[in-house]
Design a protein around this ligand. Structure first.
Ligand code: ADE
Length: 229
């Protein structure tokens, strides 16, 4: 069993690399893939870079080169569900590419050509395990639902409301759905877990800088819990 772990930024993955044993690494197309054991489980971890293209390249390379049995996307997100505060956790049941728009040709918002759907389902058993691991950490609210991805940092009420109204999303980030898209194309079970760094609103630029480190640590703690089980 090989577990793929993908984050967009160093801070989202470095805490996992730090505890990886028997580590080997290889750079492919400017991305470093670190393979080793975390809490006794074999993992391959990578920092993809921010945004959907970086994430897709990383996930596809990981699949072709290492054949992970599952891929988990971890990191931080802007919270959309009202009950999610800074540091709290969003677990995806499904993901959506909120910036895909072929509505002038009659498709619904977010419709993904090739997959022929809007929402990409996560592995239910993996989402259950991520939810259970997150629920074990005291003091954190954990929500499950749709996580929306797009090549935009969401920092206004208009953007925020559009994503909630169109897709019913609980959190917004910039990679999860593109990793889900790549995984769906190759039938690789995937999951997304994100900790909230900001409210995807006008305060986000400041909140993101202040809380990303704390939020990234929370999502890493959940992965460590999952790997311990
Ligand atoms: N990641 C963390 N906060 C975000 C936001 N507000 N928009 C998009 N991605 C994010």
């Amino acid at each position: 069993m090989l577990i793929g772990l993908i984050g967009a930024m160093d801070v989202e993955i470095e805490g996992l690399k730090a505890v990886m044993e028997n580590k080997t690494s290889e750079v492919i197309s400017s991305v470093e893939y670190c393979r080793g054991f975390i809490r006794g489980k074999e993992c391959i971890a990578a920092v993809a870079g921010v945004g959907k293209v970086n994430a897709a390249v990383c996930a596809q390379t990981m699949i072709l080169k290492y054949s992970p049995d599952i891929i988990i996307n971890i990191g931080v997100a802007g919270g959309l569900a009202p009950e999610l505060g800074t540091g709290d956790i969003a677990v995806a049941d499904s993901v959506v590419e909120h910036d895909v728009d072929t509505t002038p040709t009659g498709e619904p918002p977010g419709y993904i050509s090739g997959l022929e759907r809007v929402y990409i389902e996560c592995s239910k058993s993996l989402a259950d395990r991520l939810y259970n691991a997150a629920s074990e950490i005291e003091g954190l609210m954990v929500c499950r639902g749709v996580i929306a991805s797009g090549d935009q940092f969401i920092a206004s009420t208009e953007q925020r409301n559009r994503i909630i109204d169109s897709f019913g999303a609980i959190a917004a980030e910039m990679e999860g759905a593109s990793i889900g898209h790549v995984c769906a194309m190759s039938d690789v079970p995937f999951g997304v877990i994100r900790s909230i760094s900001d409210g995807a609103n006008g305060e986000s630029p400041v909140s993101f800088l202040e809380f990303t480190e704390l939020a990234a640590k929370n999502s890493i703690s959940i992965i460590l819990k999952l790997l311990e089980d």
